[in-house]
Design a protein around this ligand. Structure first.
Ligand code: FES
Length: 297
């Protein structure tokens, strides 16, 4: 895996898209690799969520969602970023989605799903005046995906238009700051590692793979062992981890390993032997070790 770089290499790629009703959208592309998009999205969803809105704008449909508090979950699993708030959640494909431990997603679909183009944009009116600012993503089929709306100086906090001459231009500071980092590369990424690549352990809490749903002892055993080892590894619960059998199921993101039939004792071994020392607990790895080599994506 390439070393994390805090310096974005500018693409110097700018385009304009006419708007049928007049005006245009100006795009400035930036690299859509995980070590660039990851830090950007982490900033917007975990640190600057108060200034971020999520949605899409396509012909015939506009969606705008705001955060009323910090998201409860912001985690990358098998290529998809999941962000969960009290009222709604989103999934956005940042890397290849392999399709769980068996790698069932066909190669073409992996390419189609993930972000293949990313741009900062300004939407200009007929008089070439910028009137909205944000970030646009496209998938591998060239379709517009999610839109991130950045603060607009022409509206107040209730989204009402401000009177002429009363624009709050300081609201553009987030757009300018992020553009400096991710489009122009004149400021460093504000992390020493990709925050979305920090390792974590998760336990499936769905009843499909573990009817009794007694995942609490597994979580507790993992948390205790992580603490004993003094590791910087988050422990969390999750929805389906695409195993759906022989629960409790545990996933270690550090090297994409799934475990089945995890007991509290096995949970402790996963941390002490695998996470701390790099030796997976083979008897519980899924798919079983004798077939794993032939099915790895
Ligand atoms: S329901 Fe637990 S892994 Fe799918």
């Amino acid at each position: 895996m390439p070393e994390f770089s805090r310096q974005v290499t500018p693409l110097d790629h700018r385009t304009a898209e006419p708007i049928v009703s007049g005006g245009q959208i100006e795009y400035e592309d930036f690299p859509c690799i995980i070590d660039v998009i990851g830090p950007l999205l982490y900033t917007l969803f975990q640190e600057r969520w108060q200034q971020t809105q999520v949605g899409h704008v396509v012909e015939g449909s506009v969606l705008e969602l705001e955060f009323t508090q910090a998201p409860k979950i912001c985690v990358l699993y098998d290529g998809y970023l999941t962000v969960v708030t009290a009222a709604w959640h989103l999934h956005l494909c940042l890397e290849e989605h392999h399709g769980g431990p068996w790698g069932r997603t066909p190669p073409e679909l992996r390419q189609q799903r993930r972000i293949q183009r990313a741009s900062f944009y300004r939407r200009l009116n007929k008089r070439s005046q910028a009137r909205s600012w944000g970030i646009q993503f496209w998938n591998g089929a060239g379709e517009k995906m999610m839109n991130l709306f950045l603060p607009n100086p022409f509206v107040d906090d209730a989204e009402k238009l401000l009177p002429e001459g009363k624009a709050q231009l300081d609201k553009l500071s987030l757009y300018e700051e992020l553009r400096d980092i991710y489009v122009l590369g004149v400021r460093p990424i504000p992390y020493i590692e990709n925050p979305l690549k920090r390792p974590y352990l998760s336990v499936c809490r769905s009843s499909r793979c573990y009817p009794s749903q007694k995942w609490q002892p597994i979580i507790e055993a993992l948390q205790t062992a992580v603490k004993q080892e003094g590791l910087e590894v988050s422990v969390m619960t999750s929805g389906c981890l695409e195993v759906c059998t022989a629960g409790p199921v545990v996933f270690y993101s550090g090297d994409r390993t799934w475990y089945t039939r995890v007991t509290p004792e096995i949970a402790q071994r996963i941390v002490h032997e695998h996470v701390a020392q790099g030796h997976p607990v083979q008897a519980h790895v899924y798919p079983p070790i004798k077939t794993q080599a032939s099915v790895q994506p």
